[in-house]
Design a protein around this ligand. Structure first.
Ligand code: NAP
Length: 283
């Protein structure tokens, strides 16, 4: 596929986060002018302060949009749609949107962004493998008990290295405009399977313990997790993890022409990088 030469910066919203920092690393390695769009970026970008949007967008030719905290929170659809409209008004022509698989609100946000008229590629992602090593599930893993209301549902966790490869392909190559890539890994795993793999790779005693949503919410509140975050997690565990996503998709293969990385490879790399012993950054 033909490569796009970016003379204007590519703005990466959430550029210090789990997906965005991987996108930034790849763009910089290709010599693409890149700007981080987050509260710690220069200039700072804050989803909650619209006066920061125009300065962050100024002069950019393309943007990767990862909304924070989640497409499912109230107001996200309007906010993301408004940002896309302003981006196009500011001269951004190409957008890559991180969306959530099986989430009705995320699909509404996709529509809102499509309405901006930008050349759009949607990455409709399943649960990240890195949630076990860089997110809220890390703490569970470190305590040795992953107590989640996920029953025995299967999930085709996706590796963020693959997601970032797809995002960068969509930002830097022709042929991805108009595509919606459903991104999954190559294998369905239950949470018990996933935790079992981490236990074997680390040689530690780590178990998955299925709990009710009520027990999960109560435990999170005891640990000081804010109420809105508990509400979001409860939504995700009840709505999105009801089995609707227990099937593989071919977005990685379609976008990159190769197979996605397996959970075992992710676990080996994350364990080698010290993700579960606190000695280094997660892989
Ligand atoms: N986790 C999953 O399994 C999953 C699956 C599918 C889709 N998603 C989607 O992924 C997206 C990102 O989620 P994530 O959990 O991976 O988060 P993340 O990208 O790791 O979030 C942190 C990033 O957001 C920035 N940020 C935080 N608050 C901000 C604010 N008010 N304004 C601007 N930037 C802000 C942070 O930088 P600063 O601190 O510098 O501001 C950082 O760059 C969500 O839209 C979610 O729906 C997640």
């Amino acid at each position: 596929m033909n490569t796009i030469v970016h003379t204007q910066p590519v703005l990466v919203l959430g550029g210090t986060g789990k997906t965005g920092r991987r996108v930034v690393e790849r763009l910089l390695a290709r010599g693409v002018p890149t700007r981080i769009g987050s509260r710690s970026g220069t200039p700072p970008f804050d989803w909650e302060d619209r006066s920061t949007w125009e300065p962050a967008l100024r002069g950019a030719g393309a943007a990767y949009i990862a909304y924070y905290p989640d497409m499912a929170v109230p107001g996200a659809v309007e906010t993301v749609g408004d940002l896309a409209d302003l981006a196009v008004k500011s001269g951004v022509t190409r957008l890559v949107l991180l969306s959530g698989r099986g989430e009705p609100e995320a699909e509404l946000a996709e529509e809102a962004v499509r309405g901006s008229g930008a050349d759009l590629t949607v990455l409709r992602s399943t649960w990240f493998m890195q949630n076990f090593s860089e997110e809220y599930m890390l703490e569970h893993v470190l305590t040795g008990e992953v107590r989640l209301p996920a029953g025995d549902v299967s999930e085709p966790f996706v590796d963020l290295e693959d997601l970032a490869d797809v995002a960068v392909a969509a930002l830097t190559q022709e042929g991805h405009v108009g595509q919606t890539y459903e991104l999954t890994g190559p294998r369905l795993l239950t949470f018990a399977d996933a935790v079992g793999e981490i236990a074997r790779a680390t040689g530690r005693d780590i178990r998955y313990v299925p709990v009710s949503v009520e027990e999960h919410a109560a435990a999170a509140a005891e640990h000081g997790v804010p109420a809105d975050v508990i509400e979001l997690l409860t939504y995700l565990f009840t709505e999105v993890l009801d089995g609707r996503n227990a099937r593989l998709a071919d977005g990685v293969q379609r976008a990159l022409g190769r197979e996605p990385r397996d959970f075992t490879a992710y676990v080996r790399a994350a364990a080698a990088a010290g993700a579960w012993d606190g000695s280094a950054l997660a892989a």
